[in-house]
Ligand binder design. Structure first.
Ligand code: TXA
Ligand code: MG
Length: 436
């Protein structure tokens, strides 16, 4: 175990932090400029940036997808700090976050070229990615890029692979932190390994308290699930992990019409190794057992029944007091059909003081007859559409863990549109039982 440190959560306000340079003839994403107005928020970011330049522990910071644990991707010692803080297997490579295309080109160019090669050389960004960059960056899309000879990136970032994942997040806070650090940030999601990803600073604190010194609090994440990871260096190109940008959106870009789904949701075990190494691990799991209802099954059953309670009581050893969580999306009613007392009049909300508000309602769980309380029920509605489900998913799983529930029943959504594929992918990985 690494020695414990004291963890500070630093609030970053909503003042403007920077923007992409808008000079005539300048490419849209070439240069991110941090505001020079000396605002309190920029000062906090400066403090975090100088910490990243000199220390070897990562900093927790928000992106639009989930919170990341960032470290200078060009220094081995600082990248190793990520694997230690997170308890992450070191064969799982890290995504490299850049502030702008200038920084990305610096990473793709060979060192000889950066040290004064003649200008007018070919753009090092592979052409296949240009349509994706212009449509989805800055944003929740990670693209595999070739590692050049004599790379600037620390070898620990790629875990020995010939490619690295590059992402330009859309969060101005993330872009400004990277720019002020003056180096790309390698950053996995800021959860302890195997736990659900963190979408608030408080979630990061829960998993990283005593393991890192700085967490930047920029409110809750707007997308709520991680970036889509694509590989366009092979033919046909593949999506290695579903995420904030959907397969259909990618397919509509020139050169990406034949993009294939390169991940398998439930059948990875025992089959060929997945190409995004992170996809093979137990993942996104709360402490409670998750029982996922695939959408057709969820629609047919319209919820749970008293026999579900009896089963849970059997599993949960001899009639112990049960605590059950329900995560609803489209059709399930509050309590999903389970017999329970009235909901407490005021549901409490969590992820509060931020834009994403989710409510949890609480009731006594009753046995069929003679209607006696056998436990507690916590009910969360993460909303009917894929976007709201993505925003609330990890947050709901974590909140139910805080309520110490034994089982979480989740109403799945059809995974055909939008970020729904990412939501169902994460749920299928988190689930210990899938009903379909
Ligand atoms: O939205 C996100 O992508 C977040 C935020 C913080 O940016 N980051 C994130 O990182 O989700 P992480 O480490 O939890 O997941 C990275 C995924 C893993 O599945 C990993 O195997 C894959 O990307 N990956 C990274 N580099 C790769 C590479 N060179 N080749 C193949 N897969 C790679
Ligand atoms: Mg992760």
């Amino acid at each position: 175990m690494p020695p414990r440190v004291s963890t500070r959560v630093l609030k970053v306000g909503k003042d403007p932090l920077g923007q992409f340079r808008k000079a005539p003839g300048t490419e849209r994403l070439s240069t991110w400029d941090v505001s020079t107005d000396g605002s309190a928020s920029v000062k906090v970011l400066q403090e975090a940036a100088s910490y990243l330049q000199s220390k070897d522990l990562p900093v927790g910071f928000p992106t639009e997808t989930v919170y990341g644990l960032g470290a200078d991707a060009t220094r081995s010692a600082s990248v190793r700090g990520i694997y230690t803080a997170k308890g992450r297997p070191s064969d799982n490579p890290l995504i490299v976050h850049v502030s702008d295309l200038d920084m990305l080109r610096g990473l793709l160019a060979t060192q000889e070229a950066t040290n004064g090669a003649p200008s007018g050389q070919k753009d090092p960004i592979p052409d296949i990615y240009k349509p994706l960059i212009s449509r989805f960056w800055p944003g929740p899309l990670t693209m595999l890029m070739p590692v050049p000879s004599s790379p600037r990136l620390a070898p620990e970032v790629t875990a020995g692979l010939a490619c690295f994942g590059a992402r330009m997040p859309s969060s101005p806070l993330a872009l400004s932190l990277i720019k002020l650090t003056g180096a790309p940030l390698a950053a996995p999601s800021a959860n302890a390994s195997t736990r659900p990803s963190a979408t608030t600073a408080n979630d990061v604190l829960e998993d990283m308290n005593g393991r890192i010194e700085i967490i930047l609090d920029g409110g809750s994440c707007q997308v709520g699930v991680e970036s889509t990871v694509v590989d366009g260096l092979c033919d046909p190109p593949v999506v290695l992990r579903p995420g904030g940008v959907s397969l259909e959106e990618i397919r509509s870009c020139p050169g990406w019409e034949k993009v294939e789904k390169g991940y398998k949701d439930r059948s990875e075990v025992g089959k060929e190794a997945p190409r995004a190494p992170g996809m093979k691990y137990k993942h996104y799991s709360p402490r409670a057992s998750v029982i996922l209802f695939e959408p057709t099954y969820a629609a047919a059953r319209m919820g749970l029944s008293t026999s579900d309670i009896s089963n849970m009581r059997l599993i949960q050893k001899h009639g112990g007091y049960l605590a059950i969580g329900i995560i609803r999306t489209r059709r399930w009613r509050p309590a999903a059909g389970l017999p329970c007392g009235p909901f407490q009049s005021r549901g409490s909300s969590y992820a509060a003081d931020t834009e994403v508000e989710v409510h949890v309602q609480e009731a006594e769980l009753a046995d069929a007859a003679p209607n006696k309380a056998v436990g507690k029920l916590f009910d969360i509605n993460i909303g009917p559409d894929a976007k709201s489900a993505a925003q609330g998913l990890f947050s709901a799983l974590r909140e139910l863990d805080r309520r110490r529930v034994d089982f979480i029943f989740v109403e799945g959504i059809p995974d055909d549109v939008d970020v729904a594929a990412a939501v169902m992918n994460r749920l299928r990985k988190a689930a210990s039982e899938i009903r379909s």
